[in-house]
Design a protein around this ligand. Structure first.
Ligand SMILES: [Zn+2]
Length: 300
């Protein structure tokens, strides 16, 4: 049965019951999307137009609302800290997005100030400027950006971020759509040059789950986020292999809750429930839903 959303107040109460029951002070969600409204609306139109997912799945955006309503809802859910994942699809766009993100972080104190990058002349300069302006996390999107993350233009930026210990959420798996440079190999080349770079592999590396787990096992600073994986939606076409569950368990201090809010075709609560139904136990859930990110971002 498709998970359906109850009323907003009921859903918030259930989300709060989830983390309250674990004895947590709330959730930390490292993968939520906030971006300039007209960019976000373009993203929504893209999902609306997707008709070709296997099994005729439709991608209905559950939380299509104004920005203020979306931040208010995360607060009602008890998300203590979240991010503003934004990303360019062409050159000349990242600097502008980063400017918007400075303002967003200023008016949204519970958002971890987010920035992005693209392989282009000047990238080192604007990445440095973003770090100096207080960026706490970066987002890189290899499929949408259609670039090789090991492009030498990015090399100084990766070096700078590794040095500063600033995590980068990177969409580098080949799901739901492959790209010319998606998959573990280009990321492995980046890590060969920058072994201390704090990459957070989005979507547990979907669909190259096991290859990205290999990378995390080889590099202590590589983490993975849970965004959209293990949900009924994603399991129906890119299932996480059950035999890899013990590895998720063993990497329990480096798996971070991420959701893709608001661009998800099911309720927020569902992502939490599917983590719970893995049966890896309350200590694992506490680490994934709060402690790992709280430690990484030094939250009080
Ligand atoms: Zn995302």
């Amino acid at each position: 049965m498709e998970p359906t959303r109850t009323t907003e107040a009921d859903e918030a109460a259930e989300v709060r019951r989830f983390w309250g029951g674990l004895g947590l002070p709330g959730l930390v969600d490292v993968h939520t999307h906030f971006m300039p409204e007209r960019v976000l609306h373009k993203v929504w139109s893209y999902f609306d137009a997707l008709g070709s997912l296997p099994g005729d799945l439709a991608w209905r955006i559950t939380y299509r609302a104004e920005e203020a309503e979306r931040t208010a809802l995360l607060r009602e859910f008890g998300v203590r800290a979240f991010t503003a994942m934004l990303y360019p699809h062409k050159p000349g766009m990242a600097r502008w997005l980063n400017g918007w993100a400075v303002d967003f972080a200023r008016r949204t104190p519970d958002c971890l100030h987010t920035a992005t990058l693209y392989p282009e002349p000047g990238v080192e300069g604007y990445v440095r400027a973003a770090v100096e302006a207080g960026a706490r996390v970066f987002k890189a999107h290899v499929q949408v950006g259609d670039y090789d993350p090991a492009d030498e233009l990015l090399d100084p930026a990766w070096g700078l971020l590794a040095e500063a210990g600033i995590p980068v959420v990177i969409h580098c798996g080949s799901g739901p759509m492959p790209g010319k440079h998606t998959g573990p190999e280009p990321v492995a080349r980046v890590l060969a040059r920058h072994p201390r770079l704090r990459l957070i592999v989005a979507h547990l590396g979907m669909p190259e789950y096991e290859e990205f787990l290999d990378l995390a096992e080889r590099h202590d600073e590589v983490r993975l986020d849970t965004t959209m994986v293990l949900t009924d939606f994603t399991e129906s076409f890119l299932p996480f292999p059950r035999r890899a569950l013990p590895r998720l368990d063993a990497l329990g201090d480096r798996i971070l809750l991420g959701t893709d809010f608001p661009n998800i075709p099911y309720p927020y609560l569902h992502q939490l429930q599917v983590l719970e139904r893995l049966d890896l136990g309350p200590a694992w859930l506490r680490a994934v839903c709060h402690h790992n990110a709280a430690r990484l971002f030094d939250l009080p």
